[in-house]
Design a protein around this ligand. Structure first.
Ligand SMILES: [Cu+2]
Length: 199
């Protein structure tokens, strides 16, 4: 098992862009306020204003957004991903799933059949064995959802989401794409077979 730190250049670009926009807007508003207060006092004087209320409704939401930003970034930056030996890569496509399993040659597509909640090739995992589940997409945003294992991961193009799957019971479990991804959204079931590993 080896641990690597999560990084994603697309996400970092997005964060830098949001940071640039936020800093630019803050500086612009600040300078406009200073200009109005010191050079155009007639514009900013209103007899009915309440400075305390304005301060509160500015500071409280700003603190809330700041806390949310801090938590989000610390979660993304500090969360180590522990890769296990059993890695299952799930790729969402319009409108089927592709599974690639470590140790097996290539991947395979899992396409819906006529029978309800059935696919031609389900994903097969082993009971009691922890699997690293990595989820991504090749076209639009999908969502890999398996309610029986309390699992729901967004499949986003250009980004990899990670979760740990350790099935504790055998059987066939069904889920569906949980993100509206196009006309075939309801025709891409997820069927997972949990079987016992033969030693
Ligand atoms: Cu989908």
């Amino acid at each position: 098992m080896s641990c690597v730190w999560a990084s994603n250049s697309a996400y970092i670009d997005l964060v830098l862009y949001a940071l640039f926009v936020s800093v630019f807007i803050s500086i612009w508003v600040f300078f406009m306020l200073v200009w109005q207060v010191f050079y155009r006092p007639d514009v900013s004087v209103w007899r009915s204003e309440n400075n305390f209320v304005e301060l509160v409704w500015t500071l409280v939401p700003s603190c809330m957004v700041g806390i949310s930003c801090f938590l989000n970034l610390s979660c993304l930056v500090n969360l180590p991903i522990c890769w296990l030996d059993d890695i299952v890569k799930v790729i969402g496509r319009q409108w089927y799933w592709t599974y690639e399993i470590s140790g097996e040659e290539g991947g395979y597509d899992s396409v819906m059949l006529d029978f309800l909640n059935s696919v031609d090739k389900p994903l097969r995992v082993f009971m009691g064995v922890p699997h690293s589940l990595i989820v991504t997409s090749s076209d639009v945003i999908h969502s890999f959802s398996l309610p029986s294992f309390r699992l729901k991961l967004d499949a986003i193009p250009g980004r990899i989401n990670h979760a740990l799957l350790c099935p504790d019971r055998m059987g066939v479990f069904v889920g569906y794409c949980s993100e509206l991804c196009g006309v075939g959204h309801s025709y891409m079931p997820i069927v997972v077979e949990v079987v016992k590993k033969l030693i």
